[in-house]
Design a protein around this ligand. Structure first.
Ligand SMILES: [Ca+2]
Length: 428
């Protein structure tokens, strides 16, 4: 689907149903203003939109997994900027960038100093070298937002899964992480995944299963304190596949959301140098061998195991082996439903939800797991524990919520794998 067919007009402004349906809502839902959420389709007919990043005036950069990077201007005009190999309708393509399975063009972040340096950062899979890698690229956007130049690959060594493996989800391109965000400390945080390789999560030198904290040139933040022998870019390690990271508004603390292995999606409050406790190597946590030396699916997906038995066999956070690992503050009630993205709601317009975390859940539904496809609102205490979890009442068709981002207008924007970027606006 080419860029020329993209629908750029605002499609609808649909107040949430009220009246007769209101009585179906719980009392708590009514008290937290979901009944006034309004919905706008910002873009549709996209090809697996993966992430968005905003300038203060509403300019929205966005990625599509197999197409590339584009920008939507405040006027509603959309300009393609950088295409991947074979993509049509772009002013330039980078022929080393490709998509396969879960891999492709993923996270995007605008520089907080964009007004002076015009820089954006994009994370994508690349075949420039073999084995292929995931790369974080820095680009410079031209004055009229019609093109980019000066590509610099500031991180070039995040692993990529080249070989298929022997389990139901064993295809190439798995578990790349992929979110890119500037923290309030001015550093770039890049989340990565385990690529179905049991050695990666606890490896001190392989840059998968990590949260990297780096500067604009890709150098380690000097304040990083990983264990002795670790690559200094490591902020945290021992993750499975982190596709969500957001910063607590009051404290600036980075908090991740990541995908569990048929059980236990996790939200984790990060500690500088911390271990997230995922170790899918054979013979860990009392296990035996696993196919392909990766215990990240089998045998925990075996028939007859419920999610608690799986969690005991294949812990997302192995506190027995790693007692100092960062414990999750939320595990999705033991389910794995594709917890992909995270953001914080900020502003008085969100009422009781001002300062709450939202996570976008894609809803896998494997292994007896209920379908997710929802946005959860997670209210935290001052010491960053979970106080309350509410499913957002959505005034639109649900979907696979790949990305949630708070816009500069205070609305929540969400991209779905179905090709939409939606805007949710509280109040009336
Ligand atoms: Ca963990």
């Amino acid at each position: 689907m080419g860029h020329l067919s993209r629908t750029t007009a605002i499609m609808a402004l649909v107040p949430l149903m009220t009246g007769a349906f209101a009585s179906l809502s719980s009392v708590s839902a009514q008290s937290i203003n979901t009944s006034s959420l309004q919905h706008t389709v910002v873009l549709s007919d996209l090809d697996e939109p993966w992430d968005m990043s905003f300038l203060d005036d509403g300019t929205m950069f966005f990625t599509e997994k197999c197409d590339g990077l584009s920008v939507r201007l405040p006027s509603g005009e959309v300009n393609a900027l950088l295409g991947m190999s074979g993509a049509e309708g772009y002013p330039a393509t980078a022929d080393d960038l490709f998509c396969d399975g879960q891999a492709g063009m993923m996270g995007v972040a605008v520089d907080p100093d964009f007004a002076t340096n015009r820089q954006v950062y994009v994370y994508s899979t690349s075949n420039m070298v073999t084995p292929h890698t995931n790369r974080l690229m820095r680009l410079v956007v031209n004055e009229d937002f019609t093109g980019v130049s000066d590509r610099t690959d500031i991180v070039a060594d995040v692993p990529y899964k080249m070989e298929a493996t022997d389990h139901p989800f064993g295809g190439t391109g798995a578990h790349n992480g992929g979110r890119v965000r500037f923290g309030p400390d001015g550093y770039i945080y890049l989340t990565t995944g385990d690529t179905h390789n049991g050695e990666v999560p606890q490896s001190p030198t392989i840059m998968g299963s990590k949260v990297l904290r780096i500067d604009r040139d890709g150098n380690a933040a000097p304040e990083n304190t990983p264990p002795e022998g670790f690559d200094k870019r490591t902020f945290t390690y021992g993750h499975r596949n982190v596709q969500g990271i957001a910063f607590h508004p009051a404290t600036g603390t980075p908090i991740t959301a990541e995908h569990g292995p048929w059980h236990s999606d996790e939200i984790t409050v990060l500690q500088n140098g911390g271990n997230a406790g995922w170790d899918p190597r054979p013979n860990m946590a009392g296990r035996g061998d696993c196919p392909d030396d990766y215990c990240g699916y089998s045998p925990n997906q075996m028939e007859g195991m419920n999610r608690y038995e799986r969690a005991a066999f294949m812990p997302m956070t192995d506190l027995e082996t790693y007692p100092d690992a960062m414990p999750p503050i939320w595990d999705n009630n033991g389910w794995s439903q594709g917890t992909s993205s995270a953001a914080f709601l900020e502003g008085e317009q969100w009422g009781d939800w001002n300062g709450a975390m939202v996570v976008g859940i894609m809803g896998i539904g494997f292994g007896g797991t209920p379908l997710g496809q929802r946005i959860d609102v997670i209210e935290l205490t001052d010491d960053l524990k979970v106080k309350d979890v509410t499913e957002m009442t959505l005034p639109m068709e649900t979907g696979r919520f790949r990305s949630v981002v708070l816009g500069p207008d205070g609305s929540l924007y969400t991209a779905t794998d179905e090709g939409f970027i939606h805007k949710l606006t509280p109040g009336s």
